[in-house]
Design a protein around this ligand. Structure first.
Ligand SMILES: *Cc1c(COP(=O)(O)O)cnc(C)c1O
Length: 471
């Protein structure tokens, strides 16, 4: 039958009730609720009326089958989750915009179980009385850091806020000018101080601060000496900063607690796996810090959380602050945190089991082999529009951790080949529109796909998507 291209009028559009009863709508009604199908059909019919008004509606668009097809597309679109799995090929392992640390797959079951079954979140199973949600992870945190006590809040920004508000409300906190950091997303130490009600006393200079700068600033109004780990930048050259041990000595002599915002705190020395050295939480506690705050979802590789460890009397005060209640974590976080912390008890297996560490320790040669393996299928799906090359790249840890350190990596570089290519920006947009979006990095008129974070078991899914790209 030739296509019916005679113009159609709005009056020719079938009624909603008639369509819903048509057999062409049975599949949609079996997969979605009647409410959803009706809503999508209303939208579709409104669009058809609009077309009719513009004189752009043709008779063949009005069959129940055609309308059912567009309703189906609308339903797919409307019901697609907004939060979706993507491929992080940006080269930044802890990418804040892409959710930072990835929870080890082996923990999925226990985390889901904690969500779908009642749990002893704040219930003491030995006494039958009320418990504290920190009790679930505190023993592990004490064991892994050597600290006396621990508490957990929503993220490290909240941890710092809680510490300052509890211990230094309307009082002074001494910080080196070299450590007044801004962390992406509007976390600035001076702003957090203000929100917490603390007065910031800056000492030293950007590049050099001495212990005498701190001691000169200490007075009866001083509540804390604070050190902030400058995790997202490095000051090099003529520099000097005061070590935690030295500051702790001063703090003890003057009766002022020393607090360290460690940022991306690490529980084990990463040098063990050939990665750059970051101070571990245990080292900072051993050096004499009274409290240490760090993120759960940076190098530690766990869920978003702010962990505070240190002196039991100070932790007890934090827990009494009403802010603690406002900043507390949910059972989802507690379950994930317990699982991840438990992995640290078997450090020999950590590089295999902890996703973040596994990704950070992948070797260049392994990633290069993978790049060469994927080169042909990717090139084939792009045809001659792009020139794909396996190319050395450098990854970074991300989230401010180890900013100056680059990890040699490998990946695919996609460059338009001459005038026939449809532009690298359009390719980038098309990859973002895939069912599992592929996120790369645009630079030098090319799209760079760093394969460090493409695990081998995800390769098939990655590859399958490329075949749909040419169409
Ligand atoms: C990342 C970071 C924070 C903020 O931690 P979140 O967990 O993202 O809230 C605070 N301080 C430092 C030094 C950091 O590196």
């Amino acid at each position: 039958m030739p296509p019916d291209v005679t113009p159609a009028r709005a009056a020719d559009i079938p009624s909603l009730d008639r369509l819903l009863n048509d057999t062409d709508f049975a599949p949609a009604l079996s997969r979605f609720s009647r409410t959803q199908v009706t809503a999508a059909l209303r939208e579709t019919l409104a669009a058809l009326r609009q077309q009719a008004m513009l004189g752009e509606l043709h008779g063949d668009a009005l069959s129940a089958q055609m309308i059912a097809r567009s309703v189906d597309a609308r339903l797919q679109q409307n019901t697609r989750p907004r939060l979706r799995a993507v491929f992080n090929l940006t080269g930044t392992v802890l990418h804040t915009n892409l959710g930072r640390a990835l929870l080890p797959a082996a923990l999925q079951e226990s985390v889901l179980r904690a969500l779908s079954a009642p749990v002893n979140l704040e219930y003491d199973l030995s006494s039958g009385g009320r418990g504290d949600r920190d009790d679930v992870v505190e023993p592990l945190l004490r064991e892994l850091t050597g600290a006396e006590a621990a508490t957990v809040v929503n993220n490290n920004a909240a941890a710092v806020l809680l510490v300052l508000n509890t211990l230094a409300n309307r009082r002074e906190v001494v910080v080196s000018r070299g450590e007044l950091v801004e962390i992406g997303g509007a976390f600035r130490i001076p702003d957090v101080m203000r929100s917490a009600g603390s007065k910031l006393i800056e000492v030293g200079t950007t590049n050099r601060t001495h212990v005498s700068d701190y001691s000169d600033a200490v007075s009866a109004r001083t509540a804390l000496l604070m050190k902030v780990h400058t995790s997202n930048y490095a000051i090099t050259g003529y520099t000097s900063s005061v070590g935690i041990d030295e500051l702790a000595q001063l703090g003890r002599a003057r009766g002022v607690p020393v607090v360290v915002d460690l940022g991306s705190g690490s529980l084990l020395d990463l040098a063990r796996w050939g990665l750059p050295k970051e101070p571990t939480v245990r080292e900072v506690i051993a050096a004499g810090a009274d409290l240490v705050a760090f993120s759960g979802d940076k190098l530690m590789g766990g869920p978003q959380a702010g962990i505070i460890v240190g002196r039991a009397d100070l932790i007890a005060r934090l827990k009494k602050n009403p802010l603690k209640r406002a900043l507390r974590v949910g059972k989802l976080t507690v379950a994930a945190l317990e699982g991840v912390l438990a992995l640290y008890r078997a450090p020999e297996l950590l590089a295999e089991k902890l996703t973040v560490l596994r990704l950070l320790t992948r070797t260049v040669s392994e990633i290069e082999t993978q790049s060469r393996r994927l080169l042909a299928p990717v090139q084939a799906s792009l045809g001659d529009a792009f020139e794909v090359t396996a190319s050395p790249m450098s990854s970074q840890v991300g989230s401010g951790a180890l900013p100056a350190d680059r990890l040699p990596s490998f990946g695919l570089r996609l460059r338009p080949s001459g005038a026939r290519g449809f532009g690298v920006a359009r390719l980038e947009a098309r990859l973002r529109a895939l069912p599992r979006p592929v996120i790369g990095r645009l630079a030098d008129k090319a799209l760079w796909l760093d394969l460090r974070c493409l695990e081998v078991e995800d390769e098939a899914e990655f590859q399958a998507q490329w075949s749909t790209l040419g169409r």
